[in-house]
Design a protein around this ligand. Structure first.
Ligand SMILES: *[C@@H]1O[C@H](CO)[C@@H](O)[C@H](O)[C@H]1NC(C)=O
Ligand SMILES: *[C@@H]1O[C@H](CO)[C@@H](O)[C@H](O)[C@H]1NC(C)=O
Ligand SMILES: *[C@@H]1O[C@H](CO)[C@@H](O)[C@H](O)[C@H]1NC(C)=O
Ligand SMILES: *[C@@H]1O[C@H](CO)[C@@H](O)[C@H](O)[C@H]1NC(C)=O
Ligand SMILES: CC(=O)N[C@H]1CO[C@H](CO)[C@@H](O)[C@@H]1O
Length: 311
């Protein structure tokens, strides 16, 4: 027993260094959310309500992913839920309201400072970890497209992205599309790299390996407490911009695109940011296990173990 636990400690000590840890400690509270103190910048949300209206810390009432919380009686983090409702209209920098979207994004930061974190998270080869679970009381509407995790440089593209639902099309096709209920891991050019059904009751664990120099992606995935497994090989992502211009904020949350409103002008029908149909429903996702690691000692896959970088 002693030896196995010592071995466990040794393996843990050998894990790759974390660059940013977004696993909400139990000390994190609503004041921190309201003020963007701690790991979350909470400014991308509806303009009328405070952050605690859209983002909830669940304390000990919900179990986070067992992947990083093996002994569920002593979890090391609390679940955070991210929700949207009809008030979730973001007004970027006081400019035009994004009436087409409903969105709440949490952005990786240290006490509100996201700018200094970006170059640290996005150099060499780094891995973006996150675990997602359904909130069955506040379900998504799979007729819509959702962008739920992504890295967004200033040009508004995504280095990689996680999509749910039916991709927005103009005109609207038959809904929901096949696979609307599956997670899709997208590359910068919106190719689907990996798909997994979004089953209820399970935590879905992802790790996206990004080589910022070679501009490649690779994906690890598992459910619940199972070790992460590589589910793709290394894939080129060369449409992503090289260097500082290709870096951006790491977002997770719920961003819901509209459906085309036939009453809008043809030009406005394609303007998903500002126009379109939203039902105004309250919808949410649960997150835990969000962190970014440097791969100096491999990719953490759970149980204190690491896997070699996918090469
Ligand atoms: C967050 O701010 C709102 C508005 O000021 C307030 O109602 C709410 O209680 C705050 N949350 C906490 C935990 O203080
Ligand atoms: C943090 O937010 C709370 C409301 O939730 C507010 O009362 C408090 O003054 C804020 N603290 C700082 C340092 O801004
Ligand atoms: C990540 O590891 C590389 C190689 O050891 C190192 O050069 C780099 O500074 C590390 N990044 C951070 C943010 O610690
Ligand atoms: C949602 O809000 C918009 C204004 O942003 C309003 O026009 C619409 O009627 C609201 N929908 C519902 C269902 O409340
Ligand atoms: C999976 C894959 O190969 N994705 C894309 C990465 O970027 C290049 C260059 O733009 C595309 O051609 C690939 O399709």
């Amino acid at each position: 027993m002693l030896w196995t636990s010592l071995l466990g400690l040794l393996t843990l000590a050998a894990a790759s260094p974390l660059i940013w840890d977004g696993r909400a400690p139990f000390t994190l509270d609503g004041d921190d959310l309201n003020n963007s103190t701690g790991p979350y910048l909470t400014v991308v949300k509806g303009a009328t309500e405070d952050a605690t209206h859209y983002t909830t810390l669940h304390g000990h009432s919900l179990a986070p992913t067992p992947l990083w919380n093996k002994f569920s009686v002593f979890p090391s983090e609390q679940v955070v839920s991210v929700s949207i409702d009809n008030s979730s209209v973001f007004i970027p920098g006081g400019s035009t309201p994004q009436n087409g979207f409903r969105r709440t994004d949490i952005i990786a930061a240290n006490d509100g400072d996201h700018a200094d974190l970006i170059p640290l998270m996005e150099q060499g080869t780094t891995v973006f970890h996150f675990s997602i679970k359904k909130d069955d009381k506040r379900p998504l509407n799979y007729n819509h497209e959702y962008q739920i995790v992504f890295i967004e440089p200033n040009d508004g593209t995504h280095v990689f992205g996680i999509q749910l639902g039916s991709p927005f099309t103009n005109p609207t096709g038959p809904l929901p599309v096949k696979n609307a209920h599956s997670f899709k891991v997208l590359d910068h050019a919106l190719n689907v790299l990996f798909m997994a059904p979004f089953t209820s009751e399970d935590w879905h664990n992802f790790a996206i390996q990004v080589d910022w120099n070679a501009r490649t992606l690779a994906v690890f995935y598992s459910t619940e407490g199972q070790l992460l497994k590589p589910v793709t090989k290394v894939l080129p992502n060369l449409s992503a911009t090289a260097g500082a211009d290709g870096q951006g904020d790491f977002h997770f949350g719920v961003l819901k695109l509209p459906l085309v409103n036939p009453a809008d002008t043809p030009a406005n029908q394609g303007d998903v940011v500002h126009f379109g149909i939203q039902e105004g429903t309250t919808e949410a996702l649960f997150y835990s296990g969000v962190f970014v690691e440097n791969v100096t000692k491999g990719v953490s896959i759970g149980n204190g173990r690491t896997h070699a970088v996918i090469a």
